[in-house]
Design a protein around this ligand. Sequence first.
Ligand code: BTN
Length: 254
Amino acid sequence: MNNKIDFVKIKNNIENLEIFDFATVFKEIASTNDYAKKIACEYDSFILFAESQTAGRGRIGKTWLSDFGGCLMFSIVIRPEITDELSPFITQIVAKCIHQNLYKSLEDKHKIQIKWPNDIMLNSKKICGILTEKTTCLSKTSPIIIGVGINLYNSITEPSIAEIATTVESETGIIMDADKFILDFINSLFEEIKEFTEKNEIDQNIISYLNEYSFLKDRFVTVNEVSGTVKGVDESGNLLVENSVIRSGTVEYL
Ligand code: BTN
């Protein structure tokens, strides 16, 4: 297998699942999340892939760089019927599903962890970022846009980025099967979201999973002007730093 993402195969496989209105692959686009948001009200559910993005976005105004190639980038639009209060937990569900499927593909010796709320780390460096956004439509349930970027192949040459981020290939030597990964991920995500909407409550097994594979647990961090040791993720999906409950924020760690 070579280390190229076979988007034709991915698109065909996804169309065979018959769960999205459509699947589109862009050779180049500014940001799949931006475009998904723009057209979200016209469809129920769809998925967009990008071979490259010129204005990829991360959380809190950060840029998502992918010009080294080998990054699997996509945005999924879904319309789960859940309360506004519960919707931020979708990011954690996505993180769990990505982690679980990476874990299946890589050998045990590689340390894959979830950095609350939206990053996946491999041997303490970032390999995946999740950007979940919401938009509103006049006559439909609000669509949720789930943007994901996973660094699968090649190496990151920009020194400042290479310090904090890596790719699955450069870290493990493993050439992951992108089309199998994405299918397994979509299947597990849809299963989890179905259960989440049916029960309309957070599955405490997911909380246990997030704690078991937490990157931040027991680390000394600073977030929203609170400094202290991370105790874990609480039953609502918030980060517990000493006695403070952190609902959102950027976590700095040593
Ligand atoms: C983060 O690390 O803060 C989140 C990064 C999310 C990047 C993905 S790539 C596909 C989708 N389109 C975007 O513009 N961003 C997300």
